[in-house]
Design a protein around this ligand. Structure first.
Ligand SMILES: *Cc1c(COP(=O)(O)O)cnc(C)c1O
Length: 234
């Protein structure tokens, strides 16, 4: 595919996603201006990040440090807000803090401490979201809802970190709307203690309408924008 063909494909996908967002906002009585569309570019090349930026995308996300770091370097000239949305080991915190503006997958106190140390070294403030687990399935990351206040307090107390809100992934094969409604309650409780923590990152390609209905402020869209990913064997 030529760059021109890929640009046309991405532009058409983006128009479809924006139309879905507009329709869901109309149904929910919300304004599309209150939603941030984040392109999840994992498994796709840096050239796609560049094309998306040319189409007006301002936020991109990655989920693996070893892939995210070189892509961030290759697109460092672009005025992008970079989100990290994958499970994060403490020994990768320093690397991620070097290029990410937002870490959405903060799910334990030990990781908060590692990110705080890393941000202090880089001198760049790092926005953090507490990732909440909305199912009882282990292994996909996320803090239990009861642990959110403790993790949030630890972020808020760290000088170089900024507590921005919450993130969640709907349970596999579950009821996304019910899960996002739960997330909205958890987010409201968090805002009662931390009024500036207004971000609700919820909604992917398959469930963005549910997320918008439940008050999401940030959507993380991969497949609907970039196309299908090849399965990654871990
Ligand atoms: C891959 C990924 C997405 C995007 O998923 P799509 O279904 O492709 O839109 C969103 N959030 C996280 C945490 C992801 O890892």
């Amino acid at each position: 595919m030529t760059p021109e063909e890929r640009t046309a494909e991405l532009a058409a996908n983006l128009a479809d996603v924006r139309a879905r967002i507009a329709a869901a906002c109309a149904a929910a009585g919300r304004s599309p201006d209150d939603l941030t569309l984040i392109a999840v570019t994992k498994t796709f090349p840096a050239s796609d990040v560049r094309l998306l930026a040319g189409l007006g995308i301002a936020d991109v996300a990655e989920n693996r440090d070893q892939e995210a770091r070189p892509k961030a370097e290759a697109t460092a000239d672009l005025p992008l807000t970079r989100h990290f949305v994958g499970q994060l080991q403490t020994n990768k915190a320093r690397s991620v803090a070097g290029y990410a503006d937002v870490v959405q997958s903060v799910d334990r106190v030990r990781l908060v401490r590692a990110l705080a140390d890393a941000a202090a070294r880089t001198g760049r403030p790092l926005r953090c979201l507490v990732q909440v687990s909305l199912d009882d399935e282990a292994g996909r990351g996320g803090a239990a809802p009861d642990d959110v206040p403790k993790i949030a307090a630890e972020i808020a107390a760290a000088g170089d970190l900024e507590l921005a809100g919450v993130m969640a992934v709907a349970p596999l094969g579950g009821d996304a709307r019910a899960a996002f409604a739960r997330l909205a309650v958890i987010a409201a409780r968090l805002r009662a203690d931390h009024p500036a923590a207004t971000v609700i990152s919820a909604g992917m390609s398959g469930d963005l309408e549910d997320a918008i209905e439940c008050g999401a402020t940030h959507l993380r869209i991969g497949t609907a924008l970039l196309g299908g990913r090849r399965a990654i064997v871990r």
